[in-house]
Every structure is written in C-alpha cells, then in structure tokens.
Design a protein around this ligand. Sequence first.
Ligand SMILES: *Cc1c(COP(=O)(O)O)cnc(C)c1O
Length: 378
Amino acid sequence: MIRGNDPILLTPGPLTISLETKQAMLRDWGSWDATFNRITASMCADLVDIVHGAATHVTVPLQGSGTFSVEAALANLVPRDGKVLVPQNGAYCLRILKILKYLGRAHTALDIAEDKHPTAAMIEEALKADPKITHVAQVHCETGAGILNPLNEIAEVCARHGKGLIVDAMSSFGAIDIDVSKYPMDAVIAASGKCIEGPPGMGFVIARKAVLEKCQGNSHSLAMDLYDQWTYMQKTTQWRFTPPTHVVAAFRSALDQFKAEGGQPVRGARYAKNVQTLIDGMGALGFRTFLSREVQAPIIVTFHAPGDPAYNFKDFYEKVKARGYILYPGKLTTVETFRVGCIGAIDHNEMRNVVSAVGETLKEMGVTKIAPKLLAAA
Ligand SMILES: *Cc1c(COP(=O)(O)O)cnc(C)c1O
C-alpha cells in the first residue's frame, strides 16, 4: 500500500501515509488562489458528512496539531462562566483538564481507572450532583491505553440534561462511526494526521452551527478564535492567516482515497483486522494486552512489557526499528508497557510482519520470559 525505504510508523500519529498522499504535497499553492480555496471548501463539506452532520454542523479547520483544535473548541464553545465535566481515564483526558486550567474555565474531573470506561449512569450522577456543569468534554478513543469510551450513551445523557458535549475524536474520527444526527454533540474534534491518513499539521472542529453562532467573544486568544476563523472563511473563502497548504492538498487526496476505499465502515474494518491480527500474533508469542478485549478500540494496542530481565524498551525499540517498524512507548504510569498503533496506510499483512519482527527481536535479545513482571510474580 505504501513503499519506499522508510520504516512503517506504528505511532499514531504521525502515521504511515500512502505514496499518493505524499505525492499530493509536491506542489505549491497560493493561499489566495481560488483553486486552493475550493479544496478547503470541499474538505470542510466532506468532513461534516463523515459524522452525518451536513444539516446541523459546520467544519472549522485550524492550523496546528490536534491539541490546538481541542484547545480552540474548549475556548470557544464553553462560555467564560461555563463549567466542564471531564470523565478521565487517560493521558488525553488529563490534557483536556490541563487546557481548561490554562483557559481559566471551571472544571471537574470524574476519575476512572485507565482500563475502565465511564458509563452513562456515572455521567448522569455527576451531572445531577453539580448543576453548575454546562458541558461534558469526552475523549472518544483514549489513545493513552487504547480504550474505547461509550460516546453514544454519553451523548444521550448530555442531551437529556441539556448539557453541551464536546468530543475529542482525534484517534477515532473516520474509523469508528460518529453520528451527530442521532447522538447530539456540540463539537467533534479531529486532525489531519490520524485515521483519514493525511500528514500532520491541521486540526478541525465540526461544530453545531447554532452553537458556534453564539460564540463570538468567548475565545481568550486571537489565533485560537474559531468563531473568527469560521466567519472570515465564510466571508472570503480563505483561511485567516497562512494555511498549511501542502497539508491541506495532501489531506484532500487522503479524503479521496478514504471515500474510494469505502469510507468509515471499510476503514474501520481494515483497522479492526489489523488489531485482531496483531493481538493474535503477539498472543502466540506470549504477550498480554493491558486492556480486556471488550473495551479495546480498533486503533492502538497496549501490551505489557516482558518480565524477562534481558528486556528493556530502548533496545527492543531500536532492534524492531532496524526491521522496519517504529513502535510507541507506553503512556501508563503504573505498569511497564509499550504500544502498537494499528492505523495508517497498512493492512493485516503488515501486522503479521510486525509480529515476526518482534519475535526475531526477542530471540536476538535473549528474552524468553514474555509474561509481565506483575503477572509472573503472581
Ligand atoms: C493524537 C491525539 C490528540 C492530539 O495530539 P497532537 O499531538 O496535538 O496532535 C488529542 N487527543 C487524542 C485522543 C489523540 O489521540
């Protein structure tokens, strides 16, 4: 699907993108040029369609990595006297809390273990206990451990209680179905360099138009002012400030390939097969996943590190890299783990090769005890 001599990135993101997407960057675009601005407009329309939001929502693209768009969504959609509930089960939920602190928005965390997800009942209880809460900020796939949070049930609770829902769908958008026409959401946030398989450099907020229209003056920051970006774009068809032109052009190509592949259902199925192939192969080598299968998202898998004293992540990483694959360190504080991303322009054959590379690496390192320390001791 790709090729060249670059190692495969199992690190979402950035992730491995197709040759066609890379080639779409070999051209310079003027930001004032009508051709470029038509690309922007068609991109925005396609993104809204992916979440079934054409009737109610608009896309506001924003320069920068995904976090810039998360910050902008919170700064614009939560009024200065609002209060945000953050169900917290991992690193990206903690990042939302940190952003809210920077923004000076009142917030409260609902702490949950990293291998568990919030339930509708838990959210309902928290909303009832604190009537000051105006919004819920929910991470859909918590990429920290790779857990899938039950977005639709949470959306129903928020709607029932009249609370706004802001969703960090960074690592799920395009791979897992999100339907704002059935499950009310004020904003769905994602970025160019995840499941649509574009290069990194641009994020976007798919916002409910009726809500966004009332957001003038909420933002503390000019660069993060989504309302201003949106109204300027409507007036002029152009981006406010220099757009990441090559990223936008490549993302347009990535969207065309996404549609040609069959859209979200087919992309999601390819990733699910990647995850299953990886878990089966690694399981045969003796590895254990951190998450139970029921809560595992089809995006990224966290494995316990082998308990063998001959194992260390740095050497393991280098030796697997020499075989063509870039792994991801673990993001958990309590147990030693590593992660393998299953998204990008890769298929299950690639995942089979990853397992072979890991197996050969373990042999080379003399690692024989694959069971994790904690479980080995038990
Ligand atoms: C990738 C990701 C982000 C954004 O990270 P950046 O490094 O800013 O692109 C935010 N939330 C989740 C859940 C992610 O997976």
